[in-house]
Structures are given as structure tokens and as C-alpha cells.
Design a protein around this ligand. Structure first.
Ligand code: NAD
Length: 543
């Protein structure tokens, strides 16, 4: 334990590099992508101190060039889940007894490694395996991940500093113990930063972790693990396994040392996991912590006073960056008829310019969606829209998977505000717009609130302060991250703590002290300096 009150260096957000032509970062990134393309990576699981190769290998390909093979990963089975749990439990005592400043140092070093020598490598891996353009990779794999690591170290200190009052003669203390058992981190394909943060945050607080990433993110997950190892993370603290979700769940959720789930992914999967945990509740030593950030059906609502150009820009960026595969992506919009023609015109201008293709060509704004399943699912919504009378395809609507999983940015105009694509999460570059009568603003806010089971992000555009106040009030439970005159995507760690409620998750705000509190179990210690020697209280004395 530290012999001094140390202070974590005050974090500030990692500056986003531009990747403009002629910059050193652009040259370094192009070189890293080219080098990775020439290589065939053989990716093991990491259990305890071992790199585990099962020989049961599966290929990894860029979604925008599915015939190219980047390498193979070694898939595990139930026995590897058990090994990973054993390794996590074996590492637990030493890790939780290590002074917190050393735990912080490891993750702060990891942040500096990503900011420096690993920046191009982790961004290149994210471009290649998740089909992000250079800018989308930079704001995710580099900047957001670095911010998570640096800010969380600082938030850990805030948590530890939260201490109770002490009356005269006693000293009250709160000890923030790690959970009793291991934490299971299940991560999604769409953010390298989230994949790294979900195991790292509980580990920072002294827990040991079994981490199961999405199969389509394993290529960049390995770079995360390389960084953690180089930063000095001891063996067994984070164990990375590639096992089919239900197979992993079947072992983990029946283990009596299972102490917490840190999940990001779709709502259906999270609900299923929650139910499984509930069914197994008698098996566990403690009530497991369940933290899940899940799906969204994120809205933009414009008031009649809104600037049409600003609304159109918010929609284009909010709906189509990273092909709409952000949980926060704008996917339904409510535009008043007085500005609709202008909004549509500005969107048409932008969409004419936007090019789609490989992220290796830096002029492409839109790239491929993650895999064949996603491609088929999104294409099905578009095909249905082409047939349905309640909706018109006004932009895009084409798709082609001959080289990569490319879907054009698509805008649907719904006549029915409850049309399927106004309600369901599509997780692709499809935006549905409903045009309303300007005087129906308040009724439209009620529609926004009641249309979908999700409540992740949402935005209002208006120049009228009364309208903004009304929207903020009426939509208070419709979004965990609410934007005024801005797109609903792009939350920055330390600035806009991120997470939603209702069907969108437990709203524990990733990258905030609130989240870290879920990974500790506080022990209250009361120490009395001069204990009483008689049971008698003064009121018992005779008058
Ligand atoms: P997904 O739900 O398909 O998969 C997420 C993870 O769960 C993967 O690792 C997957 O293998 C695993 N999994 C699936 N079934 C499982 C099971 N039965 N048992 C154990 N694990 C299982 O999600 P995805 O496609 O990777 O990511 C997209 C989803 O994530 C979208 O719904 C999106 O909105 C959501 N998301 C939410 C946030 C947020 O902060 N709210 C952030 C990113 C993504």
C-alpha cells in the first residue's frame, strides 16, 4: 500500500490527429496498414501467462475486402473458459493486494503506449478488421481508449477519496474492496475502445477478469492485449478467450465465483444473460454486479425554428459515420414541414459528395458494414421498405457484397411515424425521417418518447429557447445522452459520460466514476479510540 497520498496526473482528452495529406500520422498509418496486409497473423488466446493455440483456427478478413485473409485466430471451448476462470482466480490475491498506484501506473502506461508507439498499429488494426476510416479509427481505438484509461485512473482516486464523516472519539473509513470472485467482460465489435475498457475498468479497481470479445473484433483485441502486456499487466489479471458466447456463458454463469458482468452489445443478448444470471442466483457467493450498455434507436427532432443546414449536417454525420454502426447513431428523425425541403436539399448535396469504399483510400467517408449477417439484415430492411406503401426510399437503397459488405447511405421517408424502421434498431446506414406539421411540436415530442423501447441518445435542434426547454422536459427519460443543437453521436470521455436507460442498458456511464463504483464492494470500518467499559447509559441513573 502507498506510503503517501499520491495524486494521479490530471487527465485531459487525447488530441485527435487530423490525418490530413502530408501529416506524419497519415504516413505512419498507411505504412502500418500496408505492413498488416502483408502479414498473416496467428492469434492465440491469452490465459494466465500462456498463449493458447488450439489448432481450431478461424480466418479473419477485412469487411471491405472479404477475400483477403488477415490471419487466423484459435477458437477455444468450454475447457478454455474454465482455464481462464482458474487463471483469474489464481491471480486475484496478488493483484488486489498490489498498491493502487501500481495498478494505475500500468493502465496509464498503456495509455501512453497507445498515444505513442502503438497508435498507428491499433488504428490500422481497427481499420482493417472493423472497416473504420482513419478518422473513425483515431477517435475510437486511439483517443477514446486513451481517455478511458487516463480518466478512469483519476476517477479511481475520486472513488477512494469519498470517505465518511467521523464523530469525536471514532474514525470511520470506507475501504473499496474488489468484488469477491471474477468479472466476465463481453465486448461488441464496433468499438476497440469499449473492447479494451470493459476488462480494464474492473481490473483497475483490483478485479481479475475473463474477457470474451466479438469474433469480428479479435484482430484489434490482440493489439489491446499486446499493449496491456507491454504495460506490465501481470499474467492472469485479464484473460482473453475466443469462445462462442453461449458456450462461454454456460460455464461462467454456473460458477460460484462469478461476481460481475461487464457487457456491451445488443439488448436481446443482454436480457438473455440477465435472465440466466437470475435463474442461477442460488449458485453464487455474492449478488453479481450486472452492467450492460445495449442498443439504441436514437432520434433527432428539429423544431420549426431550427437551421436546416445544421440539421442536415447533424443527420449526415450522426446517421452515416461508421456506417451507422454506433449505438448512438441517429436512426430516426422528426422534421417540421416548414424546413423539410431545405433539409432534404442540403442532405442531397452532402450525399452526392460522399464516397463509399475501402478505408485504405482516405477519401472514402463511408466504408463497409461489419459482416455478411449484418449486410443481409440491413438489406432486408431496405428491400422491405422498397415494397411497403408506408415509406419511400428517398436516397440510396443500393447495396453490393461482391468485394465487401457495402450498403449505400439510405434515407427513408415514413408516412407512418411508427413504421418498423422508426422503431427497431437496424445498426446500419439507414435513417428514417418523419415529417410533421410545425404546430405539432409538443405532440411530436410525445411520439419521440413513446415510439421505441430504447433510451440511449437523442438530439433537439432549435433556435427557440422555450422549445429547447420543452424538449428537454418532455424527453427527460427518452435518452441518457441528450444533445441540444448537435448530432447525437461522438460522446467524449470526461465530458459527456455515456449510457442510456430503458432498453438501452443499466446506464452506469462508461468512463465515469459511476461505472467504477460497480466494480467495488465497500467495507465500512468504524474504529473507536477509547471503548466504553460499562454497558450503562446515563439515562438509567436514578434521579
Ligand atoms: P451482440 O449483442 O451481437 O454481441 C455482443 C457480444 O455478446 C459479443 O461478444 C457476442 O459474441 C456476445 N454474445 C452474443 N450472444 C451471447 C450469449 N448468448 N452469451 C454470451 N455472449 C454472447 O452485439 P454486437 O453486434 O457485437 O454490437 C452491436 C450492439 O451493441 C448494438 O445493439 C449496439 O447498440 C450495442 N452497443 C451499445 C453500446 C452502448 O454503449 N450502449 C456501445 C456499443 C454497442
Amino acid at each position: 500500500m502507498p506510503k503517501g497520498n499520491y495524486y494521479i496526473p490530471t487527465p485531459s482528452n487525447e488530441p485527435v490527429l487530423t490525418y490530413a495529406p502530408g501529416t506524419p500520422e497519415r504516413a505512419a498509418l498507411k505504412e502500418a496498414v500496408a505492413a498488416a496486409r502483408k502479414e498473416q497473423r496467428d492469434i492465440p488466446m491469452y490465459i494466465g501467462g500462456e498463449e493458447v493455440r488450439t489448432g481450431n483456427t478461424l480466418p479473419m478478413s477485412p469487411p471491405y475486402d472479404h477475400q483477403h485473409v488477415l490471419g487466423h485466430f484459435h477458437e477455444g471451448d468450454a475447457s478454455h473458459v474454465n482455464q481462464a476462470i482458474d487463471a483469474a482466480l489464481a491471480a486475484k490475491e496478488d493483484w488486489e493486494n498490489l498498491g493502487w498506484e501500481h495498478r494505475a501506473s500500468i493502465f496509464l502506461k498503456a495509455a501512453d503506449l497507445i498515444a505513442g508507439p502503438y497508435r498507428a498499429k491499433i488504428n490500422a488494426a481497427t481499420m482493417l478488421s472493423q472497416s473504420k476510416n482513419a478518422f473513425q479509427a483515431e477517435i475510437d481505438a486511439a483517443c477514446e481508449f486513451i481517455d478511458f484509461l487516463r480518466f478512469n485512473a483519476s476517477f479511481m482516486q475520486e472513488v477512494y477519496m469519498e470517505q465518511p464523516e467521523s464523530a469525536p472519539g471514532i474514525w470511520n473509513r470506507l475501504e473499496y474492496r474488489p468484488l469477491e470472485g471474477f468479472v466476465f467482460a463481453i465486448t461488441p465489435f464496433n468499438f476497440t475502445a469499449i473492447a479494451g475498457n470493459l476488462p480494464a475498468a474492473p481490473a483497475l479497481m483490483g478485479n481479475t477478469v475473463v474477457w470474451k470479445p466479438s469474433y469480428t473484433q479479435i484482430y484489434s483485441a490482440q493489439v489491446i492485449m499486446e499493449v496491456f502486456k507491454e504495460a506490465g499487466l501481470p499474467d492472469g489479471v485479464i484473460n482473453l478467450i475466443y469462445v462462442d458466447g453461449p458456450v462461454a456463458g454456460d460455464v461462467v454463469f454456473k460458477h460460484n465465483d462469478f461476481a460481475g458482468l461487464h457487457f456491451t452489445g445488443s439488448t436481446g443478448v443482454f436480457k438473455h444473460l440477465w435472465k440466466t444470471i437470475g435463474e442461477n442466483i442460488d449458485l453464487y457467493k455474492t449478488y453479481p454486479r450486472i452492467v450492460g450498455e445495449t442498443g439504441g434507436k436514437d432520434f433527432v427532432v428539429a423544431h420549426k425554428s431550427a437551421d436546416a443546414q445544421e440539421v442536415a449536417t447533424g443527420l449526415i454525420r450522426g446517421a452515416f459515420e461508421f456506417q451507422g454502426q454506433k449505438c448512438s447513431a441517429a436512426s430516426r428523425a422528426y422534421i417540421p414541414s416548414n424546413i423539410w425541403a431545405d433539409v432534404k436539399g442540403h442532405m442531397a448535396d452532402a450525399l452526392k459528395e460522399i464516397s463509399m469504399g475501402s478505408p485504405e483510400d482516405f477519401s472514402n467517408f463511408v466504408n463497409a458494414v461489419i459482416d455478411k449477417n449484418a449486410f443481409n439484415k440491413i438489406a432486408k430492411y431496405i428491400d422491405q421498405a422498397k415494397e411497403d406503401k408506408d415509406v419511400d426510399v428517398i436516397f440510396g437503397g443500393n447495396y453490393d457484397d461482391s468485394v465487401g459488405y457495402f450498403i449505400e447511405p439510405t434515407v427513408l421517408l415514413a408516412k407512418d411515424p411508427k413504421y418498423t424502421t422508426m422503431c427497431e434498431e437496424i445498426f446500419g446506414p439507414v435513417l428514417t425521417i418523419y415529417v410533421y406539421e410545425p404546430e405539432e411540436f409538443e405532440a411530436t415530442l410525445e411520439l419521440v418518447d413513446s415510439t421505441s423501447p430504447y433510451a440511449l441518445t437523442g438530439a433537439v435542434f432549435s433556435k427557440d429557447r422555450y422549445a429547447i426547454e420543452l424538449a428537454a422536459k418532455k424527453l427527460k427519460n427518452s435518452a441518457g445522452n441528450f444533445y441540444i443543437n448537435d448530432k447525437p453521436t461522438g460522446a467524449v470521455v470526461g465530458q459527456q459520460p455515456f449510457g442510456g436507460a430503458r432498453g438501452s442498458g443499466t446506464n452506469d456511464k462508461a468512463g465515469a466514476a459511476m461505472n467504477l463504483l460497480r466494480w467495488v464492494s465497500a467495507r465500512t470500518i468504524k474504529e473507536t479510540f477509547v471503548p466504553p467499559k460499562s454497558y450503562r447509559y446515563p439515562f438509567l441513573d436514578k434521579e
